[in-house]
Write a protein that binds this ligand. Structure first.
Ligand code: MSP
Length: 482
């Protein structure tokens, strides 16, 4: 048994969760369940990123005390994670006293690589980062991700010497000591690394009040990304605790937009602290709505609660884990969602379970008590590559195989034949029919096993039906059509 640590990005709490936020949690939860299924001990972190001007300004706009505001929104994320059926073992808030203290300790440990200097440049508050002059010109002075003008900032800040670690980071990415998934993103990060300047890691208190104080300098507050990235360690109790049971993380799940922080600043921090690098940085694509980035100004933002309520949790997990490609951008539309529910969950799986259980019930068959799932090397290989939507596709092929098999073998035709046969022949045919049904029930149980990390509830229901004292179809089909 190994101890495995997996992490998710901690969202800003300047609003309620949106549909894109689901991805980190669903992917991490699937992996956590998979690893637990293999018998490993999993520590699974989630949390909220609560500092920075973006959040302080939003609270001021709403005339709410900033602490009350972050409390409210942090709770919404916690609730959202629960609604998604994700089960993190830890939930960290960057306003937790322990986290703030841990951050300051981390800063002190990095002091050999920190210097103070004046800087003038273009800043995007949406991204919470300075952009280069080249990016400023290319984007005509407007951040394409946040549709807001870059601001000119001139400040005296602390800098973190990324330059001290560039060579080591490059080697770690190239050798896959810190693997970046998908592969093409590793190449992107190596390119970015080449031109990465030292990063400004503090802001004067005159500009930013809502943050962790720089130790030993009351006039400066830490840059939100230094504060936020530290969460992956402080949640384990670093630096007080020995974290070697769980660190380095096995997989860190992040969206493609924030991979750069995790592939450059984060490993530099870890190297500065003398800690090993995470094994895998997994960067997922974005959920789009009608082919476009979701934005309040376009008015195409999809409310995750509405999607969850429409067809329930298994349908939500099914769509986002299978039809949203694990690595590429993919589209959510209500049409696609409805089609996936009706054609795949209801027809392919729900009907199969219902038909097979009905046929078994008519024969008064007992469930398979001592069921042991078969080892499926291909499935394990795809799951280990962390391409979950592919592993889900593979599992669905098995569902389709079973549908083909039941249509080929036509077990419902046996009854007529049995009735028309003499006793000996009827006995033979009955035994054959039972053999066919039990063999298919066995295969369906194997499918349920493969489905477990994706659709735990559905997997359990199928398992219960076909391992029960007597096989009985559910009163309400697993996925009633609507
Ligand atoms: N606070 C930072 C993360 C700090 S981690 C140390 C942040 N927050 S965020 O709220 O903007 O994003 C949180 C996560 O949601 C990120 O992994 C981000 O990529 C992901 N997503 C945000 N929009 C998304 C989609 N439309 N689709 C998929 N994931 C998206 O960045």
């Amino acid at each position: 048994m190994s101890k495995i640590y997996i992490t998710t990005a901690i969202p800003y709490v300047n609003g309620a969760p949106h549909i894109g936020h689901a991805m980190d949690y669903l992917l991490a939860d699937t992996y956590a369940r998979y690893q637990k299924g293999l018998g490993n001990e999993v520590r699974f972190q989630a949390g909220t990123d609560e500092h920075g001007n973006k959040i302080a300004k939003k609270a001021a706009e709403l005339k709410i005390d900033v602490k009350d505001y972050v409390d409210q929104n942090s709770n919404k994320f916690r609730e959202f994670i629960r609604e998604l059926g994700a089960e993190p073992t830890d939930f960290i808030r960057t306003t937790d006293a322990n986290h703030e203290k841990g951050c300051q300790e981390i800063w002190k440990k990095l002091e050999d690589h920190i210097y103070k200097a004046e800087y003038e440049g273009w800043y995007c508050e949406g991204c919470e980062r300075y952009v280069t002059d080249k990016e400023y010109t290319e984007n005509n002075g407007v951040c394409p991700d946040h549709n807001r003008l870059y601001e000119k900032l001139k400040e005296e800040n602390y800098y973190f010497k990324i330059s001290d670690f560039k060579e080591q980071i490059k080697k770690a990415i190239e050798s896959k000591e810190m693997a970046i998934l998908p592969d093409f993103r590793a190449k992107e990060m190596l390119e970015l690394l080449k031109d990465s300047p030292d990063v400004s890691i503090s802001r004067p208190t005159s500009q930013l009040k809502w943050g962790v104080k720089v130790p030993g300098d009351e006039s400066q507050v830490m840059y939100v990304w230094i504060d936020a990235l530290s969460n992956y360690l402080t949640v384990l109790g670093y630096p007080e605790n020995d974290i070697s049971d769980f660190w380095p993380a096995k997989v860190q799940f992040v969206g493609k937009d924030i991979l750069r922080f995790h592939a450059i600043i984060w490993p530099a921090m870890l190297l500065g602290l003398g800690l090993p690098l995470p094994k895998i940085l997994h960067s997922h694509g974005h959920v789009l709505a009608d082919g476009k980035k979701m934005s309040k100004s376009i008015g195409n933002v999809v409310d995750p609660m509405e999607v969850l309520e429409a067809k329930g949790l298994p349908a939500f997990r099914y769509f986002f884990l299978r039809h949203i490609d694990t690595f590429a951008d993919s589209d959510f539309t209500w049409e696609k969602y409805d089609a996936a529910y009706n054609n795949e969950l209801a027809n392919d799986l729900g009907n199969l379970v219902q038909r097979l259980a009905n046929l078994c019930k008519k024969q008064d068959l007992a469930g398979i008590k001592d069921f042991q799932p078969e080892k499926d090397a291909k499935y394990l290989e795809i799951m280990d590559s962390l391409y979950f939507s592919k592993a889900f596709d593979y599992t669905w092929e098995k569902v389709q195989d079973l549908n083909r098999e039941i249509d080929d073998k036509k077990p419902w035709e046996y009854n007529k034949k049995i009735k028309a046969s003499d006793e000996d022949e009827a006995e033979k045919l009955t035994a054959e029919l039972h053999g066919v049904l039990i063999d298919m029930a066995q295969k369906l149980l194997n499918v349920a096993h493969l489905l477990a990390p994706f659709l735990p509830e559905t997997s359990e229901k199928i398992t219960n039906i076909f391992t029960a004292e007597k096989i009985t179809p559910p009163e309400v089909p697993l996925f009633p059509k609507n």
